[in-house]
Design a protein around this ligand. Structure first.
Ligand SMILES: [Zn+2]
Length: 254
């Protein structure tokens, strides 16, 4: 992907965090219940993480958006940057109808954190929410969980319709990985059989976030390596996976 210098700089911070094994921004972002009227509520998970890594706060808004609620940016405060895809409509050659939108690049949008603003308008105080115990989530979605010794080429597996996962190790990252597969199947429909790059990226990336969230840590290096094994460009794979990662995390939070 081609980004402006400022956007590239922001993206680099995110990549550095992931490569160094720090996935905590994602689990933190996932735990913040934003005021539904906050603009960031509608952002993609990638943009939420971008803003959070730069500003260390999630309720970031543009200059005009703060002005609208009666707040101004304090002098000397630096903007964080989120990215917006630039898309054009392309014509379907067979039907000659304009339909698909394709992404031709990215533009950057400067936003400012709530604590960098002042004024009469009130801002909400954000309390992080807790994840529920994950075995309960599995139960609620009718996902059977079996802890059994299984065939030697794997540590766990999941049925493509998400009805059952089998775990053959005490390593919680394997449970998180298989649970993610099953929840994705329940939310988006049956998975493809075998090891698919996109599905594996979603499962492993979400597992790394959950490992961080539950304080096991030290799994993201593994995740990066695991994802690199499937995808030639791990960052693009992760960016593509974000939409599904967000859906799975939402399920775990409800
Ligand atoms: Zn898998």
């Amino acid at each position: 992907m081609k980004l402006s210098d400022k956007a590239q700089e922001s993206m680099n911070k995110v990549i550095e965090k992931f490569q160094s094994g720090d996935l905590s921004p994602i689990s933190k972002v996932a735990r913040i219940r934003l005021d539904p009227s906050a603009p960031a509520h509608k952002w993609s998970l990638s943009n939420k993480i971008l803003a959070f890594i730069q500003a260390e706060e999630l309720d970031c808004r543009g200059f005009g958006q703060w002005k609208d609620i009666g707040r101004n940016i304090k002098k000397g405060c630096k903007a964080a940057y989120i990215v917006r895809p630039l898309t054009i409509k392309v014509t379907n050659e067979e039907t000659e109808e304009k339909e698909n939108r394709i992404c031709i690049g990215f533009s950057t949008i400067p936003v400012f954190a709530a604590s960098d603003t002042e004024g009469e308008g009130a801002v909400q105080n954000y309390q992080p929410v807790e994840f529920p115990p994950l075995l309960d989530v599995a139960q609620k979605f009718n996902i059977a969980v079996e802890f059994v010794p299984i065939v030697s080429d794997r540590l766990g597996d999941s049925k493509t319709d998400g009805s059952k996962i089998r775990i053959g190790t005490k390593d919680p990252s394997v449970f998180f990985h298989e649970l993610t597969h099953a929840i994705q199947a329940k939310v988006e429909g049956p998975l493809q059989g075998g090891q698919q790059t996109d599905q594996e990226t979603v499962a492993e990336f979400t597992a790394a976030v959950l490992m961080d969230f539950y304080g096991f840590r030290d799994h993201s290096g593994n995740a990066w390596e695991y994802i690199s094994h499937y995808a030639s460009d791990p960052l693009t794979a992760i960016t593509k996976a974000m939409g599904t990662v967000e859906k799975v995390l939402q399920v775990l939070l409800e």
